[in-house]
Design a protein around this ligand. Structure first.
Ligand SMILES: [Zn+2]
Length: 319
């Protein structure tokens, strides 16, 4: 049973919003562009591996948590790509989407990737990450008084990755090997938990899941304000009149362009907006017009008169 689904991470949504509004001449534009590409690449890899889970009838009673985030007792975050809970064991999985060849130097704790072009770079090594997660779950299980073995593995999402010299443990293999790995784990460990205990542990794990904040700390001065024209690749701010946003450059008219813009505002600046902030950011001169727009959006309003602000919901684009 899937308890925690994999959503598009907030970091990706925020970077997409930022790149819509950042000038392409901005000093950090290509940095953010590369950052987004890397995040998307990783997310796609995780999705590819996720599909494997739904072809394992022998898994019986189990719980899956995709992108499970938890805070440890020291206040630091653990982000686990996939967590599988069965009656036999708990599995922590790191998913890597890497192009080229990887080799690991155990002495130096260094993962080296050789790109198809021959250039080398070092990557965050997943083995130390897994050990860190494993230690945490040992502490959690013992605190909660569950006796359950912990398994861990690194899965390569990209079938073209060449796995070179790597340690024997923890195992590292291609996504196609996940099924046989799970089968072996099921044979290796006998069932340890009753159905009631399994359910209880799953519930406790779910209740501890947190969602990390992602903040780029970009000053408002660096981003393009306004409702931006999608036909002009978000480079031109549209003007408002009688319920419609119009692009002064290409003439495109839209009622809904505001929703995308307001969602950008939520992701980049704040999920709260006052009438004044709205007028300033979206270039609406009249307070009454702004009021009408905000009322029509059916947002939850908090407070009265001058202190009143509206809450921009995170499902603004889909509701
Ligand atoms: Zn336009």
């Amino acid at each position: 049973m899937l308890l925690l689904d994999r959503k598009t991470p907030k970091s990706i949504l925020i970077l997409e919003a930022l790149l819509r509004r950042l000038d392409s001449n901005d000093r950090d534009f290509s940095y953010f562009q590369d950052y987004l590409t890397r995040l998307k690449f990783g997310h796609e890899g995780e999705h590819r591996v996720d599909r494997e889970w739904f072809e394992m009838p022998y898994l019986n009673e189990h719980f899956l948590f995709f992108n499970y985030e938890i805070e440890n007792e020291f206040g630091f975050s653990h982000q686990i790509d996939t967590l599988l809970l069965t009656k036999h064991f708990l599995l922590i999985l790191e998913v890597k989407n890497i192009a080229g060849r990887i080799d690991y130097d155990e002495q130096k704790h260094q993962l080296i990737r050789t790109r198809p072009t021959g250039t080398e770079d070092t990557l965050t090594n997943p083995f130390d990450q897994l050990h860190r997660h494993e230690e945490l779950f040992h502490r959690i299980l013992s605190k909660w008084k569950f006796s359950l073995p912990i398994e861990k593995a690194v899965v390569m999402a990209n079938p073209a990755t060449i796995i070179g010299n790597v340690p024997k443990s923890p195992p590292i293999f291609h996504a196609s090997g996940l099924r046989s790995f799970i089968k072996k784990c099921l044979v290796r460990h006998e069932s340890q938990l009753t159905t009631g205990q399994l359910d209880k542990l799953a519930k406790q794990l779910l209740s501890r899941a947190v969602s990390r904040n992602f903040d780029l700390n970009i000053s408002v001065d660096r981003i393009r304000k306004g409702v931006l024209c999608e036909k002009c690749n978000y480079a031109v701010a549209m003007t408002y009149g009688r319920g419609i946003w119009t692009c002064p450059k290409c003439g495109f008219e839209s009622r809904d362009a505001l929703l995308r813009a307001l969602d950008d505002y939520r992701l980049l600046i704040s999920e709260r907006i006052t009438n004044r902030e709205f007028r300033e950011f979206f270039n609406v001169d009249s307070g009454d017009a702004a009021q009408k727009i905000l009322t029509r959006l059916n947002l939850v309003a908090v407070g009265n008169n001058r202190g009143r602000y509206y809450i921009i919901p995170d499902n603004l684009l889909s509701r």
